[in-house]
Design a protein around this ligand. Structure first.
Ligand code: ATP
Length: 256
């Protein structure tokens, strides 16, 4: 057994190599330890491999070598649906809800990974946590606004009451006001004790809510540090966050 709960990372990657094709690694040797209760943001330029890394952790992109542990337990090759059941929730960037089903049906489907006797109680708890979803549970998910969809996607991920949630660009395509709401929701989830790992292009807003930031470049970690220190580091921003290169990655580009 590993050490006590306070010293065991919530999630840990060791020498992780992953990618879509066996001979074409995209994630190239990532070592990263995430402490319980952290809100970690994963940044980096387009094509750096951020999405690939979180998909590999979630079990939807093949891991070539290295390991992933969840609270000290090796989950490297555990299939995606069992990772969820074991407490690793993943909110993909797209197709994270069923648009043609109602809010309630979306939650019911997510709850299918739980033992039958727990499902109704967990859905009830989520409606209490997300009262907006409770106001019209029969509403089609496809008819929701971007922010509400993201809320539903996050609610679906929280159905197993996971200790760790990973989100791939939850702010994509949302207006600045809705981005603030989504980030506030993530802060609340984190304040309730959930470890949150977030891939983001909305650099400035993400650094404001994160405790720590990791910058991935060409599939490797190039820089990591306290989120607040990165906010004030123009060199890091210029070198690693693509300022002046890709507008949607520019520090502060999305902020009014
Ligand atoms: N389904 C796929 N099959 C093969 N290669 C892919 C696939 N998806 C992404 N890639 C490649 O993997 C590399 C990393 O892409 P990835 O989406 O992980 O980067 P990213 O850092 O998340 O970038 P972005 O910020 O643009 O989303 C890119 O070269 C991309 O072309």
């Amino acid at each position: 057994m590993s050490g006590s709960a306070s010293t065991t990372p919530a999630l840990e990657m060791r020498a992780l190599v992953a990618g879509y094709e066996p001979d074409l690694p995209i994630v190239r040797g990532v070592n990263l330890s995430v402490a319980p209760g952290e809100l970690l943001v994963l940044l980096g330029p387009n094509g750096a491999g951020k999405s690939t890394l979180v998909k590999a952790i979630a079990g939807v992109v093949p891991i070539h070598s290295g390991s992933v542990t969840l609270a000290g337990r090796d989950i490297t090759h555990v299939p995606a649906h069992r990772k969820i059941a074991q407490g690793l929730a993943f909110v993909p960037q797209t197709e994270n809800i069923f648009a043609t089903l109602s809010i309630h049906e979306n939650l019911q489907l997510a709850a299918a990974v739980l033992p039958k006797q727990l499902r109704a109680d967990r859905i009830k708890a989520l409606y209490e946590r997300f009262p907006d979803l409770a106001t019209a549970p029969s509403r089609l998910a496809g008819a929701l606004s971007g922010g509400q969809r993201q809320m539903l996607a996050v609610a679906r991920a929280l159905i197993v009451d996971p200790p760790v949630v990973i989100l791939d660009e939850p702010s994509a395509g949302l207006s600045p006001k809705i981005v603030s709401e989504v980030f506030e929701m993530l802060q609340q989830i984190n304040a309730a004790g959930v470890t949150v790992i977030l891939v983001e292009q909305n650099v400035k807003a993400a650094l404001k809510i994160a405790s720590r930031a990791v910058i991935l470049v060409e599939g490797q970690i190039r820089h990591e540090g306290a989120a607040a220190s990165l906010l004030d580091d123009p060199i890091v921003a210029k070198l690693y966050l693509g300022t002046g290169h890709a507008q949607n990655h520019s520090v502060g580009a999305e902020q009014p």
